[in-house]
Design a protein around this ligand. Sequence first.
Ligand SMILES: Nc1ncnc2c1ncn2[C@@H]1O[C@H](COP(=O)(O)OP(=O)(O)OP(=O)(O)O)[C@@H](O)[C@H]1O
Ligand SMILES: [Mg+2]
Length: 284
Amino acid sequence: MDIEEFRGIRKTAEPLKFTKFNVLIGRNNTGKTSILEALYLLANPWSDYLAPLIGRGRPNFIADLHGGKKSLVYGYTGRCKLTYKVLELTVTMELDQNWVTEVKVNGTRKNSYKEYSEELARCLRVDVEYVHNLTFYIPGSSSFLKTLWGSLMNVWDSIVKMGIHKRIVKELIVPTVYDRFTEILIERGSLKLRKEVDEELGPLYIDIADIGDGIKRIITAVLALEYVKPKLVLWDDIEIAAHPGLLEAVLSWLSSKDWQVFIATHSIDVLTSCLISPLGTGRS
Ligand SMILES: Nc1ncnc2c1ncn2[C@@H]1O[C@H](COP(=O)(O)OP(=O)(O)OP(=O)(O)O)[C@@H](O)[C@H]1O
Ligand SMILES: [Mg+2]
């Protein structure tokens, strides 16, 4: 992809090329978050379509994480241009401080999200309704966690039906923490983790807000990813609050799925895990 005048990036010197598993590692202020956010807009750059589980349009969501809508454009004035190459598609989008101004697919202007999503669905061979789910962004900021918990509770029946609430505890949580957690559930109007303490006392139900930060972030993100099933997973500052053992489990989990992964990190542990893991094939 090419990025021009988007957030912290003036112009990419050459096209960014990605593979199935991508790790963006670098010093502060080198543009990692900006790249993830540019990729996030691919699914839908129109601000009046709410992103799955987020309850905001994608450009609004990014703007809220920073200094408002002006922050989307490099230098706070003008317009940004993003160019994506996906299979045989070339998508270009231009945004200014009044959000999206022009979107083209293979050189043809798309005047609405309906036109855009129909073209993407046809070329990518996915359902038109699914196009909205193509990208999912997990920002470094934790402020979005509460929004996600509320949204996840709204779709809890589907999550239970898909078995996600038990599967992620078994695959990710049990092997990496000492507590004996067995499932995630809704109890008295909030998300809880069932913790086996003692056979006589029975289980404890721990509110997700009271779980340690590392597990809390990972559980929320993983529930959301399993539910949305995006094609592009965009996870910023993945190492926040997570022990290397938990990180290793999450990286393996991410690389075992049928999606393209983009993670940003400052952690050498993350890089080492990616390089030495047997699941490392295809990572770059
Ligand atoms: N609208 C803007 N116009 C110009 N520069 C901007 C704009 N928004 C952000 N920046 C610059 O972009 C940089 C931040 O970029 P970004 O957040 O993508 O970096 P990062 O690599 O993710 O950093 P970190 O490792 O700290 O998370 C800062 O140098 C900031 O000055
Ligand atoms: Mg960043």
